[in-house]
Design a binder for this molecule. Structure first.
Ligand code: PY5
Length: 305
C-alpha cells in the first residue's frame, strides 16, 4: 500500500520495523473500543537542522492521557523522547515532519476488561505540509456538541474521543465547509474538530478556558506564552456562539493546523473576510520560533541532527 507519505521505519514497542510491518490484528481492543491515546507533534526543517517542537510537553501529555484512563505503558517519558528522535534519524528526515505517537490496548478477548492487555506503542514520522489547503477557511457551528467532560475526560487526547470530531468534520465537509466549531453542553464555544480556537475583538484575543471542556492544546499554550513578546493581550474567557459572528478575527490553533484564520462562520463573514493582522503576526512569530530563529525559545526545540 502506498499513498505517498510512507517512510522506511515505524517504531513499535522498542524496535524499528519496516513501514509495511507495522500492523495489528483485528482483535486489537483499541480498534473496537477506542482504548488508546495519541499525540500529534511537528518537527520543522530550517535548511540545516530538524527541530522537534515541544517534544517534552507532547510526551508529558501523552503519558497523562494514558494515566487518566489508567492504561499503563512500558516506557518512560525519556525513552519515548529518545524513540521519537531515533525514528526521525532512521528515516533520514530532512524536511517538515508530522510525528504520531499512539498507544492502545492490544490483542485480547471480546470484553472490556483491559487490565491484562498489553499497551501497544507505535511512533510514526512522515513528511508533512499543510493541514488545511487554504490560507483562510470557512466553518460551521456543528449540530453535534463537544463530548461533555462528565462523560469522557476530554483533557486526555484519547483515540475514542475522536468519534465526536469525525462526526462534526463530516457534517462540515458534506455541507461544503472546511471544518466545524463545537459548542459544549452550556452552549459555550469549545474548539474545532482538531484545533483550539482564538477570537480577536477590539484588540484583545480571547480563548476558551480549559474548564469549558477543551483539549489543553500545546499550540494554544505556546501562543499564550509568547503573546507578551509581541504585545498581544490574550485572555481565557468563555465565548458565546453569537460573539463568533461579530469577531474582528477568528483563528484555529493546533499542531496540524498551526495558525489557520477562519474567514466565515455559518455563512457570515468574519471582520473584513481577509486574514487579519493579529493572526498574521502570531503565525509569523510562531513559525520563527519553530524553525529556531528566536534564541529565547530554543529550549522548546529538540534538535535531531
Ligand atoms: N483540540 C483538539 C480536539 C485536537 O485534536 C487538537 C490537536 C488540538 C485541540 C490542538 O492541540 P495541540 O496544539 O496540542 O496540537 N489535534 C491534532 C494535531 O496534531 C490532530 C487531530 C486530527 O493538531
Amino acid at each position: 500500500m502506498s499513498l505517498g507519505f510512507e517512510t522506511k521505519y515505524i517504531w513499535h514497542n522498542g524496535e524499528l520495523v519496516p513501514w509495511n510491518d507495522a500492523k495489528v490484528h483485528v482483535m486489537t481492543n483499541g480498534l473496537h473500543y477506542g482504548t488508546g491515546a495519541f499525540e500529534g507533534i511537528r518537527a520543522y526543517w530550517n535548511g540545516s537542522q530538524l527541530y522537534v517542537f515541544r517534544l517534552r510537553d507532547h510526551i508529558a501529555r501523552f503519558m497523562n492521557s494514558l494515566k487518566i484512563y489508567g492504561y499503563g505503558i512500558d516506557y518512560t517519558p525519556e525513552e519515548l523522547r529518545k524513540a521519537v528522535v531515533e525514528t526521525l534519524r532512521a528515516n533520514e528526515l530532512r524536511t517538515d515532519v508530522y510525528i504520531r505517537p499512539i498507544a492502545f490496548k492490544g490483542y485480547g478477548p471480546i470484553g472490556l476488561d483491559v487490565r491484562k492487555l498489553r499497551t501497544e506503542v507505535f511512533i510514526v514520522a512522515m513528511p508533512y505540509g499543510r493541514y488545511f489547503e487554504k490560507e483562510g477557511i470557512s466553518v460551521i457551528v456543528s449540530s453535534w456538541r463537544r463530548i461533555d467532560k462528565r462523560a469522557l475526560p476530554v483533557t486526555a487526547k484519547a483515540t475514542g474521543h475522536y468519534a465526536n470530531s469525525v462526526l462534526a468534520k463530516l457534517e462540515a465537509l458534506t455541507r461544503g465547509y472546511d471544518d466545524a466549531i463545537l459548542l459544549n453542553d452550556e452552549g459555550h464555544v469549545c474548539e474545532g474538530t482538531g484545533e483550539n480556537i482564538m477570537m480577536v475583538k477590539s484588540g484583545v484575543v480571547y480563548t476558551p478556558p480549559i474548564s469549558d471542556g477543551i483539549l489543553d492544546g500545546i499550540t494554544r499554550r505556546t501562543i499564550m506564552e509568547l503573546s507578551k513578546e509581541i504585545g498581544v493581550d490574550i485572555r481565557e474567557q468563555s465565548i458565546e456562539r453569537s460573539q463568533l459572528y461579530t469577531a474582528d478575527e477568528l483563528f484555529f490553533v493546533g499542531t496540524a493546523a498551526e495558525v489557520t484564520p477562519i474567514l466565515r462562520v455559518d455563512d457570515r463573514q468574519i471582520g473584513d473576510g481577509k486574514v487579519g493582522p493579529t493572526a498574521k503576526m502570531i503565525k509569523e512569530h510562531y513559525q520563527k520560533i519553530a524553525r529556531g530563529e528566536v534564541k529565547e525559545h530554543l529550549d522548546w526545540l529538540e534538535p535531531v541532527w
